[in-house]
Design a protein around this ligand. Structure first.
Ligand SMILES: NC(=O)c1ccc[n+]([C@@H]2O[C@H](COP(=O)([O-])OP(=O)(O)OC[C@H]3O[C@@H](n4cnc5c(N)ncnc54)[C@H](O)[C@@H]3O)[C@@H](O)[C@H]2O)c1
Length: 264
């Protein structure tokens, strides 16, 4: 057997559906997969941005990219998105459940039903519905996989981010179960992403100081994450290079946080 990093990371022949791919991390994943030879569909709530991003990526890589509007919390739109992907590219082999976000909270005792349910629908249930719709097509494909945008906060205490962190923790568990349910047939992994500063943080009300405190503190690389740092992990997991990896949560976060017994 010969080892060839170029072909091991190639996505030639793959059809990849990436939710929330119009900007930031999802856009970087779409760019990475397209550059590696996949035909890509970007499904995003912002249909116009999905289309313009798709055109830009296709121009860059020379491979076809389709941008379509989809609300991943709408089951009918989820089914239509999968149907459109298969109609356009003749199959679906690689699903990336990238959509996610959630409200912060002050007192954990005040977290509402609405916040919990909305976060679960967006971060967890949407990934299940998308997987259910995609699965019949994935099972007909070579090296099929589902890879999810998880979060480091799903495995850390996050008492002012209860709805989001608990929904992402449920996503980890859901994908672990699916990996076993479809053992030997399809692979399921979740990338636990650390802080990648985007405009979303400012929109959520975090000022510059709060963003820097969140981004750096004690990571081992000395810098914040970039969307492409994360996208490279997705490429590994979806490509032939990742074909021995399933049922995993993999941190891409600049390194684990430390415990210090003595005061600094
Ligand atoms: N940025 C970070 O620091 C960070 C850290 C940990 C985990 N993550 C996770 O990574 C993923 C991507 O993060 P990001 O910062 O690039 O997000 P982002 O908010 O910049 O982009 C998300 C995209 O999803 C789309 N979207 C939102 N709701 C949607 C819906 N209902 N249906 C379809 N599309 C929808 C948006 O239009 C947008 O294009 C998310 O799951 C997020 O939770 C991000």
């Amino acid at each position: 057997m010969t080892f060839n990093a170029f072909s091991d990371f190639a996505m030639t022949g793959h059809v990849a559906l990436i939710t929330g791919g119009a900007q930031n991390i999802g856009r970087a994943i779409a760019t990475s997969f397209s550059g590696a030879g996949a035909r890509v569909v970007i499904a995003d709530l912002n249909g116009d941005l999905a289309k313009s991003t798709a055109a830009e990526i296709s121009h860059l890589t020379g491979n076809p990219v389709l941008g379509i509007k989809c609300d991943v919390t709408d089951n009918e739109m989820v089914r239509q998105t999968v149907d459109t992907t298969v109609a356009k590219f003749g199959g679906l082999s690689t699903l990336v459940n990238n959509v996610g976000w959630g409200a912060t909270n002050d007192d954990p005792l005040d977290v509402t039903d609405d916040a919990m349910i909305a976060s679960y629908r967006l971060n967890t249930l949407s990934a299940l519905r998308m997987t259910q719709a995609a699965m019949p097509h994935l099972l007909k494909s070579e090296n099929p996989s589902v890879t999810n945008s998880g979060s480091l906060v799903s495995v850390l205490p996050a008492f002012d981010f209860i709805a989001y962190s608990s929904a992402k923790a449920a996503l980890n568990h859901l994908m672990l179960s699916l990996a076993h349910a479809f053992a030997k047939k399809a692979r399921f992994n979740t990338v636990l992403i650390g802080t990648v500063l985007t405009e979303t943080y400012a929109q959520a009300g975090l000022d510059e100081k709060a963003q820097q405190a969140l981004a750096h503190p004690d990571n081992l690389t000395g810098r914040s994450g970039r969307p492409e740092d994360v996208a490279n992990a997705f490429l590994w997991l979806a490509s032939p290079a990742g074909s021995w990896v399933s049922g995993q949560t993999i941190q891409v976060s600049g390194g684990p946080r430390r415990v210090r017994l003595k005061p600094e």
